[in-house]
Design a protein around this ligand. Structure first.
Ligand SMILES: [Zn+2]
Length: 61
């Protein structure tokens, strides 16, 4: 299980994450506090865990 350290501790609560939207492929922005990410294109909201899991699956080959 990969571990994700949060480098944004006590910085902006709203940071650009390194993940793509699961729906449209747009950039996701992470709410560090809530553990959620929101897409700048479709405004979809995803749980960080959900995005991490999807990213891990995609790079698991
Ligand atoms: Zn999207």
């Amino acid at each position: 299980m990969a571990e994700f350290e949060n480098p944004y501790v006590e910085e902006d609560p709203f940071v650009q994450a390194h993940f793509d939207c699961l729906d449209c492929g747009g950039k996701l922005w992470e709410y560090a506090v809530q553990g959620q990410m929101v897409c700048e294109e479709c405004y979809g909201v995803f749980r960080s865990e959900q995005v991490f899991d999807a990213a891990v699956e995609r790079t698991a080959d």
